[in-house]
Design a protein around this ligand. Structure first.
Ligand SMILES: *[C@@H]1O[C@H](CO)[C@@H](O)[C@H](O)[C@H]1NC(C)=O
Ligand SMILES: *[C@@H]1O[C@H](CO)[C@@H](O)[C@H](O)[C@H]1NC(C)=O
Ligand SMILES: *[C@@H]1O[C@H](CO)[C@@H](O)[C@H](O)[C@H]1NC(C)=O
Length: 441
């Protein structure tokens, strides 16, 4: 494992980065145009409309059940709910937007877009700064840098490089208010395997520090980490779940390590109680001295066997609405009330506001007949006192892997992959847009 080269940009001045950001935008744009033809995210673009749920959804003629491609009935230990919504009729009508829940409008306003579009990126908010890390630009192009948004002046004000061998997507991130811990994730484009490498960013000096890699027993490298946006739990960094090396098989392992001031206090990660369900793309939140694991999925895209470029191919996925909680003694996972619908791709899509967890967007169960991935456009709230869920609003569009933050009364989100339009919840364009809405919860 080669050592990372620490960056040494210490200046906080935004103006210093203007040229770099502009250049990055041009390079990014060039890459996107270059790759557009080979990448289905960019086939067409449908313009934004704020009332995507109030329009009458079109209906879709569903083909005979027997025309579906054969898919396996099991993923990990999960039950596949593929029969839901199916009837014995050879044809029937099913709204394309059948999964949308009724939700009030929120007063969204568009803010400056991130310098690059991002899918499967990660984020951490520290005080008035929002650190947005890596992610895919397209399936063939991954980022290896951090963009910084300043909430006080609402500008993207800085950009600096990530270590060469740090993962480029699906990073596990946590922070103690100065240091950002980055653990594991996927290194490289398309559907390459996870890495066990871990790094720490000192946000004051913008230096990257070394950190013990995850115990990566060959096939097991979880790709998500648990934290709340300020937090480690009781001085320990927790990592759990994710997918094994083939990127598809869920891992149940849960590890932790004691940390202080950007350093590991122990030599090795410690094994903790395994999580009830493995798999990637869930929200892991520490709040009120408890650890919550929300949603996620089993199964994921994986590399086509033998493909030299690790080309992603769709595999069976099961999305969960499950919520689990771990308390101080870490003896047993408690099962809590489920989300209003199954939701995945939400690892950095949450914030904590007024003793509740707010979650923006995601993906829900695939279309029961055509198996397409269905995006989520609602904003959910989980009340930490009553342990109940509600739907508090809708986003400007349905979108997955949003990066969310809360600042000065506003719920912000940026990035992700959005839908094809109000009437079509399938995924299309990777975006860097940033939006905010004042919320009252
Ligand atoms: C963020 O903006 C505020 C207000 O303009 C400024 O004082 C502060 O230095 C900025 N922070 C960074 C890191 O650019
Ligand atoms: C995160 O957890 C820590 C420790 O439990 C807590 O002090 C902090 O307030 C939490 N952060 C947020 C944003 O809730
Ligand atoms: C949080 O609760 C306080 C007290 O009820 C309220 O004044 C405030 O508006 C709430 N904040 C948000 C963002 O809802």
């Amino acid at each position: 494992m080669a050592k990372n080269q620490p960056q040494s940009k210490n200046s906080n001045s935004c103006t210093k980065f203007v040229f770099i950001v502009t250049f990055a935008c041009l390079v990014g744009l060039a890459c996107i145009i270059n790759l557009a033809s080979s990448f289905s995210f960019y086939s067409t673009y449908l313009s934004f409309t704020s009332n995507w749920m109030s329009q009458k959804p079109p209906t879709l003629i569903v083909p005979r059940a027997g025309e579906e491609p054969q898919i396996s009935d099991k993923v990990g230990d999960g039950d596949l709910k593929r029969n839901k919504g199916r009837t014995s009729d050879s044809k029937r009508f099913l709204s394309a937007t059948f999964a949308d829940l009724p939700a009030p409008d929120l007063p969204w306003e568009q803010m400056p877009s991130a310098p690059v579009p991002r899918l499967d990126g990660s984020s951490i908010k520290i005080n008035n700064l929002f650190y947005v890390l890596s992610g895919y630009g397209t399936l063939d192009y991954v980022h290896s840098h951090v963009d910084v948004f300043n909430f006080t002046e609402n500008t993207w004000c800085a950009r600096f490089d990530a270590p060469k061998y740090m993962a480029n997507s699906h990073l596990g991130v946590a922070s103690d208010g100065r240091f950002i811990y980055v653990v594991s994730g996927q290194y490289g484009p398309q559907c390459r395997s996870p890495t066990s490498a871990a790094y720490v960013l000192d946000t004051q000096t913008k230096q990257w520090l070394e950190f013990p890699p995850l115990p990566a027993p060959r096939q097991v490298t979880p790709i998500f980490i648990c934290s709340n946006h300020t937090r480690l739990w009781r001085g320990r960094l927790h990592v759990m779940g994710g997918s094994k090396e083939n990127r598809h098989t869920p891992g149940l392992e849960h590890w932790s390590i004691a940390v202080k001031d950007g350093k590991a206090l122990e030599k090795d990660w410690r094994s903790e109680i395994p999580i009830p369900r493995g798999g990637p793309h869930r929200a892991c939140v520490v709040a009120n001295d408890r650890l919550f694991v929300i949603g996620g999925q089993e199964g994921d895209f994986m590399a086509k066997p033998g493909s030299p470029t690790f080309k992603c191919s769709r595999r069976n996925e099961v999305v969960y609405e499950d919520v689990y909680m771990l308390e101080g003694e870490m003896k047993k996972w408690k099962v809590l009330p489920p989300m209003p619908k199954p939701n995945s791709h939400i690892e950095c899509s949450w914030v904590i506001v007024n003793n509740s967890i707010i979650i923006t967007g995601g993906t829900t169960e695939k279309h029961p007949v055509n198996n397409r991935m269905i995006l989520v456009g609602e904003v959910f709230q989980f009340h930490l006192d009553s342990l109940t869920w509600s739907v508090i609003g809708k986003l400007p569009y349905r979108v997955k892997t949003t990066l969310a933050a809360f600042w000065d009364g506003y719920l912000y989100f940026t990035s992700g992959q959005r839908d094809r339009g109000p009437d079509n919840p399938q995924s299309l364009k990777v975006v860097g847009e940033m939006w905010r809405a004042r919320i009252n919860v």
